[in-house]
Design a protein. Structure first.
Length: 557
């Protein structure tokens, strides 16, 4: 894949922003170089700091696109409004056009002017913060922004500047790079989505405010899929009517693993490898018994309580055969301060955790959820919103708002989390060869017509490491071998659907000694369930509905 060259001027700004540029080079087929404005040879674009129209226009006149951080030309204002209004323009991705998002940070800036031939891209508090001049008559495009991109320190990640509280320092630059890379980088599958309800069990046909029969009808009518993240310790007894709803293959409901005991920081505490293995193996054993007794299927995807998991659990998850883990990045990085991850973690389209474990970003149903959904769609990431039973109050109105927001984004494929995890990849087509970059150890993809060969990339294999690789069409293996991070070219069958697996020797959960039995997890779950089931009958002033739900609704209107 040929990389485009982006010059950076002045020269000292390249040094200041080197950490940021390195991270962006991992996300886009670009290389940043320190350049003088006089040195335009083979440059595809330029990033100009403290720039003006007088410095940008001569560069753009030569057909070179420019991203200009404008030199302050007035007094900074302090904007007391958090609303960012995006224009209805083709220069923006579809998911942002005409949208209003909330951003509480980046309130102080110098507004910029919009000159003839330019378009307003975004305003904050009614003040222009980003403009764009389209290409015309052989001239390059120019983006002018008021806010400079973020300076990354050793302990900071891109995701810290691209979330529900802060995104304006990074979003214009990423938009510029997306536009520049169009047709040159990776293709991604259509958007995938799933709503996840944390904690419910199947002892009755309802759990707190959540009624499963109502949820099935609602999901069918509003076109969405809901996964119930059930705690394995709760699987000892199931209501037959409840289980029949999940047994129906046509139902838009599925089940996923939610921790093991669901005690405080259950998956976030630093533990040894044997302890991790014992806890995660016990969860699988409990789930296996639950499935066999009640003829149900549970996705081998782990949603750790609160979306937080200690990095030392990754090896155990992979070795036990879990397909994926859901992660809330802000909390995940906070709990894993001592572990160094790639700077771009959380912004990649199809990323995986160490060891090849598929990583699914998780959005919490809290104030700002809509902003994070649209930011994830902007990146092409899966749209997974974690809810609780009280989010199903008021006739599922908040759930409907979430589903409607996602369905407005265009073609969205709703599915269970296992199917979603198997779509975690990127692909790039040559003339007759499809290059596939896996974002997990098991993926399924459609093979475009005319493709005669496949090459597979596994980014978790480094320094010459090799592992088996299996390609299947239906139930038939058509290729099997041992390769490193990049495989040789593999002849593709005539099948339109192919499954690619990177298997590891799976530890049999039945052979792993269980952790020490304790009474507290059972007592805690009983108390939690009693609280949740009593919730609909308790006056709203005494429940989370009075504060949390009202705040959540303020985000949607």
């Amino acid at each position: 894949m040929q990389r485009m060259i982006i010059g950076v001027s002045p020269l000292d700004e390249y040094v200041r922003y080197k950490s940021l540029f390195d991270a962006l080079e991992e996300l886009f087929p670009v290389t940043f170089e320190r350049r003088n404005l006089e040195d335009l040879s083979d440059a595809n674009a330029f990033v100009l700091f403290d720039g003006t129209r007088e410095t940008a226009h001569p560069v753009a006149a030569l057909g070179v696109d420019c991203f200009v951080v404008q030199a302050p030309s007035g007094q900074a204002i302090c904007c007391h409004v958090s609303t960012v209004q995006f224009a209805e323009t083709a220069a923006l991705p579809m998911c942002l056009r005409g949208e209003s998002l909330s951003e509480v940070e980046n309130r102080e800036f110098v507004p910029i002017a919009c000159f003839q031939g330019e378009q307003v891209m975004a305003l904050k508090g009614g003040e222009i913060i980003w403009t764009h001049r389209p290409a015309s008559h052989g001239q390059g495009r120019i983006d002018f922004v008021s806010l400079p991109p973020p300076l990354l320190t050793d302990k900071e990640y891109l995701s810290g500047f691209f979330n529900r509280t802060s995104f304006l320092r990074l979003l214009p630059l990423i938009t510029f790079l997306q536009r520049l890379s169009e047709g040159r980088g990776w293709d991604t599958p259509p958007l995938k989505a799933c709503l996840v309800f944390d904690d419910p069990n199947l002892r009755w046909t309802n759990y707190g405010c959540l009624d499963y029969q109502q949820l099935v009808r609602h999901a069918r009518d509003r076109n969405y899929h809901a996964a119930i993240a059930t705690v394995p310790i709760d699987g000892w007894w199931v209501n037959s009517r409840a289980s029949s709803l999940f047994r129906d293959l046509t139902t838009p409901l599925s089940l996923v693993i939610h921790g093991n005991d669901h005690t405080r920081r259950e998956m976030a505490r630093p533990v040894s490898d044997p302890q991790s293995l014992a806890t995660l193996a016990q969860a699988l054993r409990r789930v296996g018994k639950f499935e066999s007794r009640h003829m149900l299927d549970v996705c081998r995807v782990l949603e750790p309580p609160h979306g937080v998991i200690d990095a030392r659990m990754f090896n155990a998850l992979v070795s036990l055969g879990y397909e994926a883990a859901l992660v809330t990045f802000s909390q995940f990085l906070q709990y894993n301060k001592d572990t160094q991850f790639p700077k771009e973690i959380g912004l990649d389209v199809a990323a995986c955790l160490p060891g090849g474990l598929c990583m699914i970003p998780r959005i919490t149903m809290a104030p700002g959820w809509r902003t994070e959904v649209l930011l994830a769609a902007f990146l092409g990431q899966p749209l997974v919103i974690a809810c609780h039973h009280y989010d199903a109050a008021d006739g599922l109105r908040l759930v409907e708002e979430a589903a409607t927001t996602i369905n407005r984004l265009g073609v969205v494929e709703w599915s269970n989390l296992a199917t979603l995890a198997r779509a975690n990849y990127r692909s790039r087509r040559g003339e007759n060869t499809l290059v596939v970059r896996m974002g997990g150890r098991r993926i399924a993809l459609s093979v475009p017509e005319g493709v005669r060969a496949i090459r597979v990339e596994r980014p978790w294999l480094k320094n010459g490491a090799q592992e088996p690789l299996v390609l299947k069409a239906g139930d038939e293996e058509f290729s099997k071998g041992v390769f490193g991070g990049v495989s040789t070219v593999i002849a593709s069958p005539s099948a339109s659907r192919v499954e690619i697996l990177s298997p590891v020797p799976v530890v049999d959960a039945a052979t792993v000694s269980p952790p020490r039995t304790r009474l507290w997890p059972f007592l805690r779950r009983a108390l939690t369930e009693a609280r949740d089931r009593a919730y609909p009958f308790v006056p709203s002033a005494w429940t989370r509905r009075s504060s949390t739900t009202r705040q959540r609704w303020k985000e949607t209107v």
